[in-house]
Design a protein around this ligand. Structure first.
Ligand code: ADP
Ligand code: MG
Length: 689
């Protein structure tokens, strides 16, 4: 159970003063649901202001604090126009303080004509005049504005303002208790790190270097600790040694010989499965490397040894596709394969559940529905988790507890993360790598074209389709927001315009469609009835249609390198030559330009991952909570690289010296940390094991 000391931190954000139902939504959008979320909503950056005596000293664009004397208020003639207050510095230079909308009420109160006020804000130029739009602070003396020379800038959502968030953070900090220290004294002294609560206060104030390092370390330490505890309890659990005799694998209908890397990975997996202690292995292989067959071979080992296997896919689309592939290949061996998703209801579902219970079904493929409490297996021997970066670590590791004996677990990922990060995300899992693509794959001809050549792109698609081949067209969003004017690149409107040209040959798939509609469209495309598939990134993971050989990615600069790589990996799967057209917008950042150039240059997923890391720089987080990706919310990539080895060693020392977390004070403190950072699945596994 969660230690009592943490209770105030897990109270809802609504318990803060001034937070009602109206603020709840925007806060939730930022992931700020409890007090602890607010505490860990660390500033993106800080505004540093300069105090100046007169306007001659300032640069346009600079954040300043300056005394100004109010000359005159000027309301706009139109209702929508700005409200301007003219003010002058000591030398007589004039500057406008500009307000829009209701903010003018504040201006009337705060800025009486003839008086001097200290104004903090960003100095801009409008027409020939200097102006400050919506000053951040107005004070009657310099001290009032001076106190805010350094001010945090928070990530916002619509309906929230900086002062609002800052106010909530202040309240949250007041509620934060001192927590028992989980970092060893020696480490704190060596690094010069403050205590947990102090670190939070400092991180919000701007003296952030060491404070943020400490908070990042906390997260890395907690993560390493949790993974280690899971690993440890997994080792202590009873598994079953499964060695197949090859009788089913022999009869497999494989249309190709395995690659060396596939054979090696299968041997490594077979070696683990032959042990009584449950396997925890990660199969890492670039898109198209052929992970599915490896999974099938592993599952057949389980079946040959008299057990069942389950394969978990992140989407229904993928589950269905795996089911079809596996069934086609495994049928000749007399292996019973079933599909189970959340959509199966009634009799169909009952009969699958029965088959799993009595052993009539050997292999089941599905979404998380296959692990619901109502699903019982006769003897589950192996769990395969495909494209598992879509699941939380906790979820996927805890899943393996289904059944009396712990099944072996094989996690598969196409996310080519750099070696340094593998440890951070998976702890000390065993890793097999498919570092060799099946033979005969041709390089994908990748080209970057400007949006002004859209007509040419459509022409190319048309020729492609007329030539009897298939194509994907990926858009960055489902529908555009009207005010951004990017409506055209949205999947729905692109679909509408291409439909005029391609008629029934074009289908649309995106995440907001009903599952049935999605499947129907996908089936049409996979079956070759539809020639052109318009989609959002839902097709990113795993979709396999070898006959599709053209990929168009619109507004390609909006995607990250890893994502572009995944998308491009949907083509180049057959023997035919494939093409990828990256359609770029007109305004391209330097990073955007470099990204697209890299895509043209290489197809090596691991190289792209390393470069992605470089391009994104140290300041970035490893994915975000919003996208549902397994992520560190506090530690940046740079901090992971620098602090993870230490955190990892410290975690190991603690676990090994106590044989778990133990009951000593530090173990208790570490337990508190695991709950605080929601890695308590580590503790729970320990107890449950
Ligand atoms: P991944 O899941 O690793 O992205 P898949 O398992 O979907 O890749 O395989 C991609 C494609 O390559 C599939 O069409 C599959 O049939 C094919 N394939 C897999 N292994 C081989 C091989 N050894 N030789 C030729 N083709 C292969
Ligand atoms: Mg796959």
């Amino acid at each position: 159970m969660r230690p009592d000391i943490l209770n105030p931190l897990f109270a809802e954000t609504e318990s803060l003063d001034g937070v009602g139902p109206k603020l709840k939504k925007p806060l939730a959008r930022l992931g700020l649901e409890r007090i602890r979320d607010v505490l860990y909503h660390l500033p993106d950056r800080f505004v540093v202001r300069r105090s100046i005596g007169d306007l001659d000293e300032a640069q346009v664009g600079e954040q300043v604090i300056i005394p100004l004397t109010i000359i005159e208020h000027r309301a706009s003639r139109s209702a929508r126009g700005p409200y301007r207050v003219l003010a002058s510095d000591a030398k007589g230079n004039v500057c406008a303080l500009t307000y829009f909308g209701r903010a003018s009420y504040t201006a009337k109160k705060q800025l009486p004509v003839g008086e001097t006020r200290w104004i903090a804000g960003r100095l801009d130029q409008y027409d020939q005049m200097l102006q400050i739009v919506h000053p951040d602070h107005v004070a009657t003396e310099s001290a009032g504005a001076m106190g805010r020379m350094v001010e945090p800038v928070y990530r916002l959502a619509e309906g929230l303002t900086q002062p609002r968030v800052a106010g909530l953070v202040t309240q949250a900090l007041e509620r934060a208790p001192d927590l028992p220290e989980w970092i060893e004294r020696g480490v704190l002294d060596r690094e010069g790190w403050p205590a947990w609560r102090d670190a939070l206060v400092l991180a919000h104030k701007g003296e952030a270097g060491q404070a943020r390092d400490r908070l990042a370390y906390d997260e890395l330490f907690a993560n390493a600790l949790a993974l280690m505890l899971v690993r440890q309890s997994n080792r202590q659990r009873r598994g079953q040694a499964l060695s197949g005799d090859g009788r089913l694998r022999e009869k497999l209908d494989l249309p190709f010989p395995l690659t060396g890397a596939q054979t090696r990975s299968i041997e490594e997996i077979a070696g683990d499965m032959a042990q009584a202690s449950p396997m925890l292995r990660l199969l890492q292989g670039d898109v198209g490397a052929g992970k599915t067959v490896v999974a099938l071979e592993a599952m057949l080992i389980a079946v040959e040894a008299g057990a069942q296997a389950a394969m978990l896919a992140p989407t229904e689309l993928l589950a269905r596709q795996h089911f079809e592939t596996l069934q086609r290949m495994a049928r000749p061996a007399g292996v019973e394969v079933a599909l189970l998703t959340g959509r199966d209801k009634g009799r169909a579902r009952e009969s699958i559940l029965m088959g799993l219970l009595d052993g009539g079904i050997d292999i089941v493929v599905g979404t998380h529905a296959i692990f619901q409490n109502s699903v019982a297996y006769r003897n589950l021997g192996l769990v395969v988790i495909d494209e598992q970066h879509r699941f939380g670590v906790s979820q996927r590791l805890l899943l393996t507890r289904k059944g009396r004996v712990t099944p072996h677990t094989l996690a598969m990922t196409a996310t080519p993360i750099p070696r340094t990060l593998t440890l951070a995300q998976y702890g000390e899992m065993e890793v097999s790598r498919l570092d060799e693509l099946p033979p005969g794959r041709q390089a994908i001809d990748t080209r970057v074209v400007g949006i002004d050549r859209l007509a040419d792109v459509i022409g190319a698609v048309e020729r492609h389709v007329q030539g009897g081949q298939q194509a994907y067209w990926v858009c960055p969003m489902v529908r555009g927001s009207e005010n951004e004017g990017d409506d055209l690149a949205a999947a729905e409107s692109r679909f509408a315009s291409l439909k005029e040209r391609f008629g029934d040959e074009v289908v649309l798939v995106h995440g907001q469609l009903a599952p049935e509609a999605k499947d129907a469209a996908m089936a049409q495309f996979a079956g070759g009835l539809a020639k052109l598939l318009i989609a959002t990134t839902v097709i990113e993971v795993g979709v396999d249609v070898p006959a599709a050989t053209l990929m168009v990615i619109e507004q390609a600069e909006r995607f990250g390198l890893a994502q572009l790589h995944q998308l491009r990996g949907r083509v180049g799967r057959g023997a035919q030559k494939s093409t990828c057209l990256l359609v770029r917008g007109n305004e391209l950042s330097e990073t955007g330009k470099q990204r697209l150039a890299l895509m043209r240059e290489t197809q090596d997923g691991f190289r792209l991952a390393e470069e992605d890391l470089e391009l994104r720089g140290g300041g970035e987080l490893l994915g975000t909570r919003q996208s549902g990706e397994e992520a560190f919310n506090i530690a940046t990539l740079e901090q992971i690289a620098r602090l993870l080895p230490v955190a990892h060693d410290d975690a190991r020392l603690l676990v090994e010296s106590q044989g778990g977390l133990g009951d000593a004070a530090r173990g208790e403190a570490a337990r508190t940390l695991l709950y605080l950072l929601e890695r308590d699945w580590g503790v729970q596994t320990l107890r449950g094991g």
